[in-house]
Design a protein around this ligand. Structure first.
Ligand code: HEC
Length: 488
């Protein structure tokens, strides 16, 4: 009160204060900060509440690392694997960023389980929180789609075959299955169109939807307020409240630091593998999804014939609907878990079954000696690929490692050799096939000019074997001859 009676000395407000006044008049930033930081938390701050903000933090980490990966990525079946191996083997910190991104997706799944587990145990979906819960269910589905679409992008063996299995499942959907599968793959086979579809979903469509639903989820959360501890009334809270800032903010921030620290540690010590490029003709490869899809994968193995429709599509769909409808089905305001045996029991039963299926899947793989050998071989192939040097690509395919540093004319000749399909008769690197003899050693037989002349007008033996005259510019003919002459 005394402030008003004694006139204050004229002081110029600080620059920061003036800036704040200016900005607040135009944006209302002060009330936004007040809204977000002074949110009352009934029953006080708790470590049990950090999972939601942890998810938001990991999502931002995925966006940032994803942008860096997208700087290099090319969604084409011909180049995707080469650019990812370029990221891993050549780009500085490329492998680290890719590993943070790849392990981050596992981190999101783990946090999702913890976040949902906390919500179910605490009964925090009760009391006018149906939309909060539903938006969360949609976010979970979107995250699972992100994990599935991202898995294909490196186009290595495991990505290719796991996605082939996943998209085969789509064909099981009643009536529209085959059409749906074609839509997802962009054709009957998996190829560049599949990759570009998955890329567009992974980079534009799903993240856009995620951001919209995250905004909705946070909005509904603020509207309903934090549910508080298990004995708190979810609609009319009675416990004394503490503002969100500073205690809860500090706990959330500490958790974020732990998360990124853990991710960085794992990314640094066990860089995420990249396997050899997808080879659709490989019939031995055992496709396996990421660990969090393993239980579903195992479940499908138990089903066959008409059961695959019931067990593989209808039952999961029913489970998803019941799960999403939880706040509508379970309307009592009781929140203590031991007083809610049905909802908590069903959730725990699902967790136990899911974990059990996951363990069974790994057990099956490694208890059968033949299967285990193939699994170890696949791991060893990935390790070997990771240790091999990066091999760049040219217009007509990859250059053999030994050629990469050679005479540019020879490199050009090699490209021409592939572009002109010489290898269809003479074999890779001119080693010879049943259709035509080897070209190794032509360097000793002909000079560069003689070779050029021979290619330009083949002798009768060559014509008889189906070889066409090579119709190229002189410089290209010279390059091709230079390449042929150094083959041994
Ligand atoms: C349709 C199959 C076919 C194709 C495609 C083909 N060749 Fe031949 N080529 C032959 C046959 C057959 C001969 C003769 C006998 C032999 O070497 O087996 C021959 C011979 C040659 C010879 C002479 C070898 C020697 O020792 O005298 C050269 C050089 C040669 N081919 C280069 C090429 C190049 C370069 C290309 C790609 C522009 C090419 N060939 C594409 C079938 C083919």
């Amino acid at each position: 009160m005394s402030r008003h009676t004694t006139p204050e000395p004229e002081t110029k407000p600080h620059l920061a204060d003036r800036l704040d006044t200016w900005l607040d008049a135009r944006t209302g930033v002060d009330s936004i900060l007040h809204e977000s930081l002074d949110e009352p938390i009934h029953g006080g701050a708790s470590w049990a509440y950090v999972f939601g903000s942890g998810l938001l933090f990991l999502f931002m980490s995925q966006v940032i690392t994803g942008v860096f990966l997208a700087l290099y990525y090319v969604p084409s079946a011909d180049h995707a694997h080469t650019v990812v191996s370029y990221i891993v083997k050549v780009v500085s910190a490329g492998s680290f960023i890719r590993s943070i991104h790849a392990y981050g997706s596992s981190g999101i799944i783990i946090l999702l389980c913890l976040h949902i587990g906390q919500t179910v145990l605490y009964g925090s979906y009760k009391g006018k929180r149906e939309l909060l819960w539903l938006s969360g269910c949609i976010l979970m589905a979107l995250m699972l789609c992100m994990a599935f679409t991202g898995y294909l992008l490196p186009w290595d063996e495991k990505a290719y075959f796991a996605t082939a299995v996943g998209t085969n499942l789509v064909a099981e959907v009643p009536w529209i299955g085959p059409v749906l599968q074609k839509l997802v793959r962009g054709g009957d086979q998996m190829g560049t169109l599949t990759l570009s579809r998955f890329f567009v979903l992974h980079v534009f469509v799903l993240p856009g939807m995620l951001i919209a639903f995250i905004a909705g989820h946070v909005f509904f959360f603020r509207k309903a307020g934090a549910a508080g501890p298990i004995h708190e009334d979810p609609i009319a809270p009675k416990l004394p409240s503490v503002p969100f800032y500073p205690r809860q903010v500090l706990m959330d921030a500490a958790f974020a630091v732990v998360l990124i620290g853990l991710l960085a540690l794992i990314a640094k010590t066990i860089p995420m593998d990249l396997g050899p490029a997808a080879n659709p003709a490989d019939t031995h490869f055992l496709p396996r999804p990421e660990w969090y899809y393993r239980p579903a994968f195992q479940w499908l193995k138990y089903l066959s014939g008409r059961w695959s429709l019931v067990g593989g599509i209808l039952l999961p769909a029913l489970l998803a609907v019941v799960f999403a409808a939880a706040p509508f089905l379970d309307r009592r305001l009781e929140r203590r878990p031991w007083k809610r045996p049905i909802s908590v029991g069903a959730f725990l039963l699902f967790l136990v079954a899911y974990t059990g299926l996951g363990i069974a899947s790994y057990h099956d793989d490694y208890s059968d000696p033949g299967m285990a050998a193939q699994m170890y071989k696949q791991d060893a192939d990935s390790k070997a690929f990771m240790e091999s040097p990066f091999v760049p690509e040219t217009a007509a395919g990859s250059i053999p490692a030994g050629l990469a540093s050679a005479d540019p004319n020879v490199v050009k000749g090699h490209v021409l050799f592939q572009a002109q399909s010489c290898s269809s008769c003479h074999g890779e690197a001119g080693i010879g096939t049943a259709a035509a003899g080897p070209l190794t050693g032509v360097g000793a037989k002909y000079t560069e000019d003689q070779l050029g002349a021979l290619l330009h007008s083949p002798n009768p033996l060559m014509t008889a074997g189906g070889m066409q005259p090579v119709d190229l510019k002189t410089a290209d003919l010279q390059a091709l001859s230079a390449y042929l002459r150094q083959l041994h």
